[in-house]
Design a protein around this ligand. Structure first.
Ligand SMILES: [Zn+2]
Length: 233
């Protein structure tokens, strides 16, 4: 038989079925998605306020950026990995928006990112976006945009889908060929702007490099890059 305390807790869960996306503990404010303890334990890099940080150094000689940042350290079996998994494979868009707000606040606290005109989410392959139901970079942008009050330009650059002619090439060559391919379809929408290119994670930086260089082909562009996390290589 259930004790009174257990009945009360069960009822409370029915009335307030909100739990932290990090640890599963009860949350009073569903908007925040994360409890205070999880928020406090996020491994922040503070790259936002540090020029010449590892993200910027990584792009030296590869992609001409003004500023670069990644907000959190990604390690295996960690809270950040758990959150990333929910964002990418569990359809937790609300968590993505909240993580975007957290990124936005960190960018806002730095003077380095105060001349941005628009946000660009790194595009996914159309088939992948269809399967996932959304582009996680766009979801992050929505949260950042709320804090920084900036437009999100999600239709200026695309990632062309796999084509039949590429099937004739070798597997590795084919992968290289499609992985690094982006197509700027609306250069007029971004000309004379300082763009902040957004993705969920930076690892080798190859994809951001390819996308960023395609954006830089438009007229009079300044480019900066920010990701939610940085993975060790
Ligand atoms: Zn928590």
């Amino acid at each position: 038989m259930l004790r009174l305390k257990e009945i009360k807790e069960s009822l409370l869960h029915v009335v307030f079925p909100h739990v932290c996306d990090g640890c599963g503990s009860d949350l009073l404010n569903i908007e925040s998605r994360l409890c205070i303890r999880c928020l406090a334990s996020l491994p922040e890099t503070n790259f936002e306020i540090h020029p010449n940080n590892p993200v910027e150094k990584d792009f030296w000689g590869r992609l001409n950026i003004i500023d670069g940042s990644a907000h959190l350290y990604f390690t295996k079996e960690s809270l950040v990995q758990h959150l990333m998994h929910q964002l990418k494979y569990r359809g937790n868009k609300d968590l993505g928006v909240q993580l975007g707000r957290i990124m936005g606040n960190a960018l806002k606290s730095s003077t380095r990112f105060n001349s941005i005109d628009a946000l660009i989410p790194l595009p996914l392959f159309p088939s992948k976006e269809k399967k996932r139901g959304y582009n996680q970079a766009k979801v992050l942008c929505d949260g950042i945009a709320e804090i920084l009050n900036l437009p999100v330009l999600s239709n200026v650059i695309i990632r062309p889908q796999y084509t039949e002619t590429q099937t004739k090439k070798g597997r590795i060559e084919r992968w290289k060929n499609i992985e690094g391919k982006f197509k700027l379809i609306d250069p007029a929408a971004i000309q004379n702007k300082h763009l902040l290119l957004i993705d969920d994670v930076v690892t080798t930086g190859a994809t951001l490099e390819a996308c960023g260089n395609e954006l830089l082909s438009a007229n009079n562009i300044k480019l900066s890059v920010a990701t939610l996390c940085i993975a060790s290589r």
